[in-house]
Ligand binder design. Structure first.
Ligand code: APR
Length: 181
């Protein structure tokens, strides 16, 4: 599915984020920045050791990456030039500011991309795997945060890369509601 927000293209696709050719792809990392499973594992495997080396340098400079914040490294061997590592919240019932922290993860990733002059970016469905964030809530937060950002800033493309038909369907359903708001 594709839509326009301002001059930007918003795409929802089923696929593997490590194969995307946007200038940057976003990693659903953890605060250690030292890798993990899911998207994190896939990106480090596909992008190679350069990415982890830069993550370690960031840790030395500024320590771990707090939930909701974002850092940027090379894309290594990936098609994407950059990887933006952000840390989504772990779902713990919805009373620990999870919604706000997830919105921060998306917004801080977009802000980092804009400040770097990056104009196309791919997101996975942050926090909806190991971190157990309910997919429909997460999709609503992701899509409304991106919509609001694109209304304020000039961008070429924001692509959501969903890893299952079910997740793609959820995002498409939620986009019908968010775009009509
Ligand atoms: N491309 C796109 N999406 C993917 C890919 C991939 N190659 N691999 C997994 N996904 C999807 C999952 O199906 C899920 O919908 O990404 C979404 C996020 O799942 P996780 O990777 O588990 O991320 P998250 O829920 O944010 O948990 C982060 O898991 O891997 C560890 O180090 C990571 O501790 C951190 C935690």
């Amino acid at each position: 599915m594709q839509a326009k927000v301002n001059n930007a293209k918003l795409s929802l696709i089923r696929g593997d984020i490590t194969q995307q050719d946007t200038e940057a792809i976003v990693n659903a990392a953890n605060t250690s920045l030292l890798g993990g499973g899911g998207v994190d594992g896939a990106i480090h495997r596909a992008g190679g050791p350069e990415i982890l080396e830069e993550c370690k340098k960031i840790r030395v400079r500024q320590g771990e990456c707090p939930t909701g914040e974002a850092v940027i490294t090379t894309g290594g061997k990936l098609k994407a030039k950059y990887v933006i590592h952000t840390v989504g919240p772990v779902w713990s019932g919805g009373n620990q500011d999870e919604n706000l922290l997830l919105a921060h993860a998306y917004r801080n990733s977009l802000t980092l991309a804009k400040n770097k002059g990056i104009r196309s970016i791919s997101f996975p469905s942050i926090s909806t795997g190991a971190y157990r964030f309910p997919i429909h809530n997460a999709a609503w937060i992701a899509l409304s945060t991106v919509r609001d950002f694109l209304k304020e800033h000039d961008f070429e493309e924001v692509r959501f890369v969903l890893f299952s038909d079910g997740d793609l369907k959820a995002y498409e359903e939620i986009w019908q509601k968010v775009s009509g708001e």
